[in-house]
Design a protein around this ligand. Structure first.
Ligand SMILES: Nc1ncnc2c1ncn2[C@@H]1O[C@H](COP(=O)(O)OP(=O)(O)OP(=O)(O)O)[C@@H](O)[C@H]1O
Ligand SMILES: [Mg+2]
Length: 254
């Protein structure tokens, strides 16, 4: 579904990504792991159009995503969450999730202002879908609250609901359980497992190895901007290069 080849990204003179290549098969969970600063978020930003890669190609079906604007990429059916939450704090939980449907909501301001019966019907349909997405992540009872008053764990789940509400072809998740406690992590793990069983294609960046090993069909390992390993969770777990990448960093920071 998604095919990366030779993807590079430089910040100033420094390479954050260098010759990254792998594929994300349809209907599978691909986990992207690696030590802090490996380039995982940079890669998610390149795929979603937040950053333009400096080199290489990112193909999604027939489309070349490298250099394409984020809203065009979203319209192709790629949704994402952010490592550091990007919600609209003053909007309600429901309205935050509705922003995940802007691609479908139509663009005519005049039409929206006329409030034609058809548009009111359409608006109700979109709200219903947003409520369904909230329900799926256990947040339906919080729909009317301003998102700013929610606990951190709930905010993370609002982002998940917003990413999934449009039933995208591909969802990019940047550390969906970072900062969550054990119960919250287990709940999100369940919810992601359900998406997987439904055939949702996911690219999951995550440090929680238990979650990764339980969910992923394949694991890709980045270290210092390079792909150092790829394979099944079991293969990657016993790959000496992967152990070295993680242990090396631990020794360096010890
Ligand atoms: N906008 C930016 N400008 C300059 N350097 C950046 C920028 N974004 C990321 N970097 C650098 O690129 C490298 C990769 O960062 P990135 O955030 O992609 O790592 P990561 O794998 O997501 O790490 P973490 O696990 O800590 O989230 C780091 O050295 C980082 O300092
Ligand atoms: Mg990151």
């Amino acid at each position: 579904m998604l095919q990366l080849e030779g993807v590079g990204k430089r910040f100033g003179g420094l390479p954050a990504l260098d010759g990254v290549g792998f594929t994300v098969p349809k209907g599978q969970v691909t986990a992207l792991i690696g030590p802090n600063g490996a380039g995982k978020s940079t890669l998610i930003n390149c795929i979603s159009g937040v950053l333009a890669p400096s080199a290489g190609s990112i193909r999604f079906g027939q489309a070349e995503l490298a250099g394409m604007a984020p809203h065009h990429i979203a319209r192709l059916g790629i949704a994402r969450t952010f490592q550091n939450l990007k919600l609209f704090p003053r909007l309600s939980v429901l309205d935050n999730v509705l922003t995940g449907l802007t691609c479908e909501a139509g663009r005519s301001m005049v039409m929206a202002m006329l409030r034609l019966p058809y548009l009111r019907h359409r608006e109700r349909q979109l709200k219903l879908r947003a409520l369904e997405a909230l329900d799926r992540f256990g947040l339906a009872d919080k729909a009317a609250l301003p998102v700013s008053i929610l606990a951190y764990g709930d905010k993370k789940r609002v982002e998940l609901a917003r990413a999934c509400v449009s039933t995208p072809r591909l969802v990019l998740l940047d550390e969906p359980v970072a900062g969550l406690n054990a119960d919250e992590t287990a709940a999100v793990g369940e919810q992601l497992g359900r998406l997987r069983r439904e055939g949702q294609t996911l690219l999951l960046v995550e440090h929680d190895m238990e979650l990764v090993m339980g969910l992923a069909d394949q694991v890709v390992v980045l270290d210092s901007g390079r792909c150092i390993a790829a394979g099944s969770p079991a293969e990657v777990r016993r790959n000496p290069l992967v152990l070295e990448a993680y242990l090396g960093k631990m020794e360096a920071t010890a």
